[in-house]
Each structure stands twice: as C-alpha cells, then as structure tokens.
Write a new protein. Sequence first.
Length: 127
Amino acid sequence: MNRAIIKTDKAPAAIGTYSQAVKVGSTVYLSGQIALDPVTMQLKDGIEAQVVQVFENLQAVCHAAGGSLADIAKLNIFLTDLSHFALVNETMARYFKEPYPARAAVGVAALPRGALVEMDGVMALLA
C-alpha cells in the first residue's frame, strides 16, 4: 500500500495518537482540526475566530499534502451549537468556490479542549 503521513508546522501538532493527515494513493484523509493556533497551540476565542482558524488549519494540511481546499471531496463539520451553522456557511464561501464538496454538519455535545467547531475531510488529488 502506498501510504504517506502528512505533517506541517503550519497547522497544529497532533494532540493525540493521530496524524494530521494520511495519504493513500491519491486520496488524503484529513484529521479533525479545531481552532488551535499552530504556533501557540492555544484555542482561538469566539465562534467567528474559531471557524476561520479551522479553515486555515485545514488549508495548511491540504497544502502540505500537495493539494488545496478545492481538492476536498467530502467535508465534515461538527458544531457544539447548530445555531452557528449560518456563520460556517458564510465563512466557507470565502474559502471554497463552486463546485462545493459534499458535506455533513453534525451537532455534538462537546469537542476537544472546549472547541466550538471541528472539521475533517477527504481530499482527492489528481494522480
């Protein structure tokens, strides 16, 4: 199996037993990103800042894997408060252009470190 571990210091270091992403063939599986600043490893304050930081973190991992956010085929969004869904849509529109990836949004009771939002995804690169 052609498998590569993706790692970049432009996104937060893993805070558990996982890799930032794993590339298998031309598919990249992106681990969940919360709004940790990659330099300070501190969580951003407020939902707006957290959503932006999560997209920035995902973007950094995509670039480290040789792609971009445009290569994400499936995006999963986890929110502790689904009333923030409109803000996520608005912010996502600044990072993605049509055609948009497939997506799921799930309300959850809690996220690591008290984060308000987490996202993971699957990226498909051209072989």
